[in-house]
Each structure stands twice: as structure tokens, then as C-alpha cells.
Design a protein around this ligand. Sequence first.
Ligand code: FPP
Length: 235
Amino acid sequence: MRELEIPKHVAVIMDGNGRWAVRCGLERTAGHKAGEKVLMKWVRAGVHLGISEMSFYTFSTENWTRSPSEVRFLMNISKQIMRARAPEFLELGVRVKWVGRKTRLWKSVLSELEKIQNLTKNCTKMTVNFCINYGGRAEILDAVTKLVEDARAGRFSGSKVTQKQFEKCMYSSSMRPVDLLIRTSGEQRISNFLLWQIAYAEMIFLDDAWPDTDEQTLQRCVNDYNLRTRRFGAM
Ligand code: FPP
């Protein structure tokens, strides 16, 4: 039997927290709480499977349009998670990185993110990117802006920008291309997530709401990924 190929970078759109909570007769925020526990299950499963990098879409640049109380809840839960889960990330050997735009993001959230990034910077088992205040278009625009600034300041010359130079200006210059993108809860769209990095990603759309998934769900997705033939534009 062929050995299972493990995708190096798995990106996850954890959709359906709100609908799950409403279905259970709970507040939408209870869905995010349940979602956080599931996120940790996926992180543990990712380490166990030998995935090198996982990216989670936790708050998009468009999520600011949600009700002020839900935005507040999501900002606060982000802080709590970074604080409470730090020992577990360390123990698992997981390096935590924040990927996103600074503008508008709560200073207290940024400060917790800086702390956990610092604490886990030498962890090598897996990298977990928390995409908070993240938008794919914003990331591309911010990279272009940085390139223009670099050119104006004389730090960049030449008439053509290479892929490598462009990627260096992105939020996480070391992020690998996404091999597998998973979205839960029945929606089949990208919603502005990692637009540049998913160019050749395999995609899996699941009907289950995020809180209804677990370690086995990730294992099944990896099995499914192994049934795909990736050609990257070749024959
Ligand atoms: C999408 O479900 C989920 C989110 C916008 C937030 C996800 C956040 C967590 C799982 C908490 C963990 C946070 C961190 C920082 C680790 P939805 O609310 O759009 O669900 P719906 O489509 O059913 O309304």
C-alpha cells in the first residue's frame, strides 16, 4: 500500500459556529467557544499527522461588520486563548504566528499575540498561523504598498518584481503555499482567505458545522487529499 502523503500546509475556514449555536438553542458566541476547543483538536491532530503548517481563519477584515458584542467577544476570546493555551502549544512544539493587518486590531490582542509568538519561536514541530484581522486582498495591497515604499526609499530597484520579492513583503514571508484548504459548514467559497497562497491548493468543502468536526475529520480530509492528482498546470 502506498504511504499516505501528508500535506505540508493545511488552511482551514472554520465556518458554521453561529449556526451551530443557534441550532443548539444557544447564543452565537457559544459556537465560537465550542469552535475553539475543536481548533485545539485539529492542532493536536495536525501535529500527530506530521503536518508542518496550519492556518486558521479566526477573524477576517470583513468581520468588523458583525455586531459590536460579537466583535468584542471574538477579540476577548482571542486574548484568552493565547494566554490559556500557551503552555499546550509549547508542549506540543507548535510555533504560533499571527498573520494579519495591524490597523484596527485591538492593542491588547496584539500584545498577547506578540507574547505567544515570542514564547513559541523556537518550536519546530508545526507552525500555526492565526489569521486575525486578515484579508487576502488587504495582504496583497499591503505587500504592493510596501514594495512601492521600498522602491521610493531606494531599497528596491529593477523594473520587474519577482515572486520571491513579492512574497517577502507579505504578512508572513515564510508561509508555504497551501496544499489543502478545508472549509466547513456547506459554503463553497474562499471568502478572501489566503488568495495568493491557495493558487494550487486542493479544496475540500464539508457539510458539518465547525464545532461538529474533530480529529477524525482532519484524518478523512488527508485521506481524500491522497486521492487527488496534483498537476500544477503540467500534463
Ligand atoms: C465562523 O463562523 C467563525 C468565526 C468568524 C470565528 C472563529 C473563531 C473561533 C473558532 C475562536 C478561536 C479564535 C482564535 C483566535 C483561536 P460563523 O460565526 O461565521 O458561523 P455562521 O456562518 O454559522 O454564522
